[in-house]
Design a protein around this ligand. Structure first.
Ligand code: COA
Length: 347
């Protein structure tokens, strides 16, 4: 049986080679581009270095579980969590129990183990190991143009008809609306964003701690993706932020609202940020804005701003080890705040 050991810097080449074999060249090149940022520069790394576990047989690495440490706020308590991310076993050694040992080792070493956007095989394995399932994180879309309503599996004539019927409504919900507070682009999260988190974070049942160090690492410094960031300002206080980017998809142009934060009671604040993002999306010629939101209160406000729930494939699983959780904890997620920006789904 393989030995499970902690990653050392000299293992990097062997991991790259295994990654190339399991995921292919394109994925391996993309991983190379973000690897240092993702695993060495995370401000939540423990003193022992990145939280990566390896399955080793003699000199050969045959498996890895690479994870992303984060601080979690669980109804005001701070616990050390870790997102499971790049997990792989050498093709000739799959389905022999090595993945299971890697999953269990990771779980035993962290205050909470979390997975987002699971592949079919890891989803099956999480299920087999009886991790609580809470997902998927609901997805919402706001149409901005008649192209937004198109479906790939509909014939063109049906797409045209639906576009024509819905167009007046799409125009109505996507019209320009005034901003009720000051919104300002930022290139850096300063201490005021940590203060925002300290004010707002305890109101969530569960969320990743969004302090300035985390936000800068996650949204300003990544080498593989570039975000626009805006802050909601009220005098010198930061009332919220939004992180977004525009991208071309096969069926049209999309603005992804990757992450956002306001006090859940601050309906005007969220509405103002959403109106800003609408304007930016229209300026970028996007057909729709898409986001993911676990929080029921935010989703209610989003629906009032013209967002519709659509099918989500962003599966979510979590197991809390650091503290006992009440029964039914994993079934009552309405006050949890998770978005696409959590984990490393936006690659
Ligand atoms: C996911 C992975 C790490 C699991 O490692 P493993 O050593 O094969 O897993 P184990 O032998 O411990 O557990 C096997 C269980 O995992 C699940 N599983 C593994 N491979 C699977 C596959 N191809 N399809 C469906 N389920 C799969 C099943 O639940 C399986 O149980 P079963 O054999 O009783 O049906 C490995 O399959 C792998 O490297 N896959 C390719 C890379 C990948 O998809 N990584 C996850 C996304 S980052």
């Amino acid at each position: 049986m393989a030995d499970i050991v902690r990653f050392r810097l000299e293992d990097r080449r062997a991991i790259d080679t295994l990654y190339r074999r399991v995921f292919g060249h394109d994925a391996a090149n993309a991983s190379q581009l973000r690897w240092n940022w993702q695993y060495l520069q995370n401000p939540n790394n423990p003193p022992g270095g990145p939280q990566i576990w390896l399955a080793r047989e003699g000199p050969t690495i045959i498996g890895q579980y690479a994870t992303m440490p984060v601080r979690l706020t669980l109804t005001g308590q701070d616990i050390a969590g870790s997102w499971g991310m790049d997990v792989m076993v050498a093709p000739e050694r799959q389905r022999q129990g090595i993945g299971e040992v890697l999953f269990r080792t990771w779980d035993q070493h962290v205050g909470a183990s979390l997975g987002l956007g699971l592949s079919a095989s890891s989803h099956r394995l999480f299920k087999k190991l009886k991790w609580p399932e809470v997902g998927p994180v609901p997805c919402l879309v706001k149409p901005l143009t008649r192209r937004a309503i198109r479906r790939a599996n509909w014939p063109m004539s049906l797409n045209r008809l639906v576009s024509a019927i819905t167009y007046p409504y799409v125009r109505f919900i996507s019209r320009n609306k005034p901003l009720h507070a000051q919104v300002e682009p930022v290139r850096h999260f300063d201490d005021r964003f940590t203060k925002l988190w300290e004010r707002v974070g305890p109101s969530f049942g569960l969320a990743v701690r969004r302090d300035a160090a985390y936000l800068n690492w996650k949204y300003v410094e990544p080498p593989h993706v570039r975000y626009s960031i805006v802050a909601l300002k009220r005098d010198e206080t930061i009332g919220g932020y939004a992180v977004y980017r525009h991208l071309q998809e096969p069926r049209g142009r999309v603005t992804l609202l990757v992450d956002y934060l306001v006090d859940p009671a601050d309906a005007v604040g969220l509405e103002t940020l959403l109106r800003w993002v609408d304007r930016e999306a229209r300026a970028a010629d996007s057909d729709k804005v898409r986001l993911f939101s676990m929080h029921a209160g935010f989703r209610k406000l989003l629906r009032r701003s013209g967002y519709f729930p659509v099918k989500s494939t962003l599966e979510f699983t979590i197991r809390v080890n650091a503290v006992p959780v009440p029964s039914g904890f994993y079934d009552h997620t309405d006050d949890w705040h998770f978005t696409l920006g959590d984990s490393d789904q936006d690659r």
